[in-house]
Ligand binder design. Structure first.
Ligand code: AMP
Length: 422
């Protein structure tokens, strides 16, 4: 499939070409046509599949078709996290650069005055997190009366983060006649019910389930004693091949401790998690994206929706206690079909998590046995955790193309997606 076959207008095709995309990803091929035709969409896809462009391109085209001189919020995109909201805003800037539309991003945790000012100047497309949106709407700083297109991104994370009541209140405030696009990596019953109520005769698009999206990622497992993890991490980071490495920790304290031990070893790193201020998170992310910071240590919640190109390595310093999280984490490398590397440490207390992860993947991770801090590997088990003879290594190796990262986003700013005079 070619971008030219999707029905996109010339300014969007130009922007896509300038972004360096040669062909649409599967979700883009499946969703763009129906979305351009005004259909509702339910998309089962996680970050890394190209889902943002799958909704942003048709949205821009449809909003542009009815643009007047007096911008009103005609498209609303809801995102569960500030980071994802900022990235979606960045995508609108990228894809909409040859259109004359205005967009802005609003989220909590930062001063609202600038956001209110931007809203007052008039915008076509609003990207928002639910809490701040409701707050500003209730105080009449914005109107939702002209919304024609509504996008609910990462609906399952909205549920996890307790935002569903807010989301429902926002939906209730929208005009009845509108196009709805809902994206979610998983479809728990609550989201299925929400989708049933929200969407009218939707086109269903699904891309490879999480367990198979990891095929182009070299995955390896290191058994190690808990106390040796800092040393193993430092050892791993000695290689210059780890040019942009995302390290995952299960807890915020754990993330801070990892940064401290790296600091003592002279390896610059920063942590992002919920206890860090928004400005510290934005700074760390910008340095990581810009290439001045090689190592970013993140908790799962903070990492949600973070989209950084060219992540060469994901290191699971701790194994996640939910198997699906493993797939979300390693999906941070190998974006949009490129190859990536994911290494996981496993200590004695984490072996039950490993059993869950391997059962979900349907195969064993390749064991690295000859590393400097190797701990005795547990007796080999089958995919249900039952003992059995060792499995052959099954990891695949891949070369990671480390392109330059994008510049830091400017969340909250009022961005003109194109050149209309105002
Ligand atoms: P998303 O799933 O929307 O978070 O996108 C993941 C990454 O894929 C982003 O860095 C996009 O810039 C990139 N991307 C999206 N569509 C394409 C495409 N058709 N070709 C190459 N890269 C893409």
């Amino acid at each position: 499939m070619d971008f030219n076959q999707l029905g996109l207008a010339a300014p969007l095709l130009r922007a896509v070409a300038e972004a360096g995309y040669s062909e649409p990803t599967p979700i883009q091929s499946a969703a763009i046509g129906p979305a351009l035709a005004g259909r509702d969409i339910v998309g089962c896809a996680q970050t890394g599949t190209g889902k943002t462009a799958a909704f942003a391109l048709p949205l821009l085209q449809r909003v542009d078709a009815t643009a007047g001189d007096d911008p009103r919020i005609r498209a609303l995109v809801l995102s569960p996290t500030r980071e994802l909201a900022a990235q979606i805003g960045q995508s609108f800037a990228t894809y909409g650069r040859h259109l004359e539309l205005w967009h802005t991003v609003i989220f909590g945790g930062v001063a609202e005055a600038a956001q209110i000012r931007e809203l007052g100047r008039g915008i076509d497309i609003l990207v928002a997190t639910p809490g701040r949106l409701l707050d500003l709407w209730q105080r009449k700083h914005l109107s939702l009366a002209a919304v024609e297109i509504f996008v609910l991104d990462e609906a399952d994370h909205m549920l996890d983060m307790g935002f569903l009541p807010d989301v429902k209140r926002i939906i209730a405030a929208l005009p009845a006649k509108r196009q709805n696009l809902l994206f979610s990596a998983t479809m728990p019953p609550e989201i299925r019910a929400l989708a049933d109520g929200l969407l009218h005769d939707p086109v269903s698009v699904a891309v490879a389930p999480p367990a198979t999206t990891a095929d182009n990622i070299e995955q390896r497992l290191y058994f190690v004693a808990k106390a040796d993890k800092p040393k193993l991490l430092i050892e791993m980071l000695r290689s210059a091949a780890l040019a942009r490495t995302l390290v995952f920790s299960r807890t915020k304290h754990g993330a801070n401790r990892v940064v401290q031990s790296l600091d003592r070893a002279g390896v610059p790193a920063a942590a992002i998690h919920g206890n860090k201020s928004q400005s510290a998170r934005t700074r760390a992310l910008a340095a990581f994206k810009g290439g001045t910071l090689r190592v970013l240590v993140a908790t799962d919640l903070a990492a949600r929706g973070i989209d950084v190109d060219g992540v060469t390595h994901v290191i699971n310093y701790d194994l996640p206690n939910v198997a699906e999280t493993y797939v979300h984490r390693i999906g941070r490398t190998a974006r949009a079909g490129a190859a990536g590397v994911a290494w996981s440490m496993c200590d004695a207390e984490e072996q039950a998590y490993l059993v869950d992860i391997e059962r979900m993947l349907g195969r064993h991770l390749e064991r690295v046995e000859d590393h400097a801090y190797a701990a005795a590997a547990p007796a080999p088990t089958d995919l249900h955790g039952r003992s059995r003879p060792p499995a052959p290594p099954s990891g695949r190796s891949g070369q990671r193309g480390g392109g330059p990262g994008r510049g830091p986003g400017r969340p909250g700013g009022h961005r003109r997606s194109g050149g209309r005079r105002r």
